[in-house]
Unconditional design. Structure first.
Length: 368
């Protein structure tokens, strides 16, 4: 994909602490992951070449904290690129100094020249915010020439009793490709992250193939709670011949702003523009803006919430539709996610049971 198709400005905010996660709605299978690069010894602080720079971005994202300070990595596509690292602090006091800096150029045959930069930063304050951007000079656009500026990212840091920590949202959710892959495998999508003040965030981390007409869309399915999308970042696998590799992850961070429910579906859009709706996940948010309970997969078919989908669920839903007393869970029975439980949902549930049960043996949820 050309550079001009990828122009974006991304700002990250929020102080996050350790993760707590739970299984939720299933998504499309993740692509196979290439071999992880060999671990990088901390004593080799700056990358030796452009290839190693790319490997570090894939593994760590744009930020790596080491004993000696903060390493900031960035890569760009184009000619005559000028990188800049600066503080967003409005005071006149110095907040950091650059101990080392190295600019890299790829030895490749790609259509566009590739370059990158690595900084070793020494913090001079207990709390600081750094930003990195770059300028591409003399970029032709519709027969005109412009200087284009792109923000790589903004990061917050704080000195704690345990040492220096990154406290923006991407200090606790993935911003490197391998990191995103491991996060999705370990925690599923979506999952919950909670910050130091007890504020909870809903995090989706899902694979979305780059360079193909098929992609995923995260859509609101009738949320009653107000919310803010803190970040919606694409984490792209880089290599040393082209800026965009064979795949990418999208990391979406959502903060609830009022009590109610958050309901989202991760839909697939094919090359014809046809959308295939996924199951809807519902999360209840209480008055303290915390998630009251683990998320519920709307339309999972687990009508009695016993973590299995079988003929018992079909009988319960059928009885409920006939007016018989039942412990049928409405959200799980809404198979098509239209907000109504009716005979169409019963038909979809029967089809799902037939597809997975050949010997009437219950299949655990999440095995789809």
């Amino acid at each position: 994909m050309k550079f001009l198709d990828r122009l974006a400005t991304v700002c990250f905010a929020g102080a996050m602490l350790p993760l707590s996660a739970f299984p939720a709605a299933s998504v499309e299978d993740m692509p196979s992951i290439p071999t992880l690069p060999e671990p990088i010894p901390c004593e080799e602080l700056l990358p030796a070449n452009y290839t190693e720079l790319v490997n570090r971005i894939n593994e760590y994202g744009n930020v790596q904290i080491v004993d000696e300070g903060i390493l900031i990595y960035a890569a760009a596509e184009g000619k005559d690129v000028s990188f800049s690292l600066y503080s967003t602090d409005t005071s006149d006091a110095l907040t950091f100094e650059i101990a080392e800096k190295q600019v890299y150029y790829a030895d490749s045959t790609s259509t566009y020249p590739l370059c990158g930069v690595a900084y070793l930063v020494t913090p001079l304050k207990e709390q600081l915010t750094l930003a990195c951007s770059y300028i591409l000079t003399s970029m032709p656009i519709e027969n005109e020439v412009y200087d284009l500026v792109e923000l790589v990212g903004t990061w917050e840091f704080r000195m704690t009793d345990d040492g220096l920590k990154e406290t923006d949202i991407f200090g606790y959710v993935p911003d490197g490709y391998y990191e995103a892959s491991n996060f999705a495998d370990e925690h599923g999508s979506p999952c919950i992250v909670q910050d130091d003040d007890g504020v909870s965030y809903l995090v989706y981390c899902y694979s979305s193939p780059a360079g193909t007409p098929t992609h995923y869309e995260l859509n609101d399915r009738g949320s009653t709670a107000e919310y803010t999308i803190i970040s919606d970042r694409k984490v792209i696998l880089l290599d040393d011949t082209m800026m965009e590799g064979w795949g990418r992850y999208v990391v979406t961070v959502i903060r609830p702003d009022s009590a109610g429910t958050l309901q989202f579906g991760l839909d697939t859009v094919d090359f014809n523009g046809v959308t295939k709706n996924s199951e809807t996940s519902r999360f209840d948010v209480n008055d303290e803006l915390a998630f009251a309970a683990p998320g519920i997969t709307i339309g999972s078919g687990d009508v009695n919430a016993d973590r299995s989908i079988d003929s018992t669920d079909v009988k319960l839903l059928q009885g409920w539709l006939l007016g018989k007393p039942s412990d049928c869970i409405f959200w799980n029975a809404d198979m098509n996610g239209d907000g109504v439980v009716d005979v169409f949902d019963l038909a979809l549930l029967k089809r799902k049971v037939r597809a997975f049960y050949f010997e009437a043996v219950p299949v655990p949820l999440g095995s789809e």
